[in-house]
Write a protein that binds this ligand. Sequence first.
Ligand SMILES: Nc1ncnc2c1ncn2[C@@H]1O[C@H](COP(=O)(O)OP(=O)(O)OP(=O)(O)O)[C@@H](O)[C@H]1O
Ligand SMILES: [Mg+2]
Length: 264
Amino acid sequence: MLRVVNLTKVYTTGFLRRRTVLAVDGINFAVQEGEIISLVGESGSGKTTTAQMILRFLPPTSGKVEFEGKDIWAFKTKKELKSYWRQVHGIFQDPYAAFNPMYKADRILYQVFNLMDSHISISDRRRLVREALEAMKLRPEEVMGRYPHQLSGGQRQRMMIARCYILKPKLIVADEPLSMVDASVRAGILKLFLELRDRYKTAVIFITHDLGLAYYMSQRILVMHRGKVVEEATPEEILSAPQHPYTRRLIEDIPLIVRKWVDI
Ligand SMILES: Nc1ncnc2c1ncn2[C@@H]1O[C@H](COP(=O)(O)OP(=O)(O)OP(=O)(O)O)[C@@H](O)[C@H]1O
Ligand SMILES: [Mg+2]
């Protein structure tokens, strides 16, 4: 469904843009329908940069991203872009940056209908929003009528996932989607991803620095290190026979509590 080919991003910074950062260094991978893959790596390894290029927010320096056989940077018209963002939707590490601070939660949630067919009735829209909030364990009175800054980090993150729940995209690119939610809500959200996959064949690119979570969630794990994919394998293979020294270090870093929880 999605294919990433030699994807590379070089950032330029500093005086006369002379300083360069090779954030993503020629990575390749593919995601099938209904598949959950994890992108694991330490801070600064290029995960968010990769996510942003897949979501077409950031142009690659070279290489390409193909969705259903088409180069996503060839999409030019509003219609093509809308259709892409309906099918490939992002959940961000920092939801505060993703929401318009001038919009109240209601508007942020109802906005997703702009990406969808216009024939969805008002009552269906209300029902979809209600169900999405319920699935995220958000009480309407807790969020509706509030601006993003009046919500907690975890509530903002759950709002973003609620939007995915309404849209039912083909692929969710989830960049550290659980960084701000507590353990009680975390398990529910993980289950929700699995449920969306089982019910609607939603594929997920799950980005995390936690190999334990990746093990629990995904069919395939890609380990990123300094902009490169250094290892790609099933969770079982990665844990039983890690090939790259960096992967071995990540395994040692899996917190005890996660080990108990996912039973490794
Ligand atoms: N806009 C930018 N300009 C210059 N350099 C950047 C920019 N954004 C990211 N970088 C650099 O690119 C590299 C990869 O950053 P990226 O945000 O993709 O990492 P990450 O794997 O998502 O890390 P984290 O786990 O901390 O979120 C880092 O060295 C970062 O400092
Ligand atoms: Mg990041």
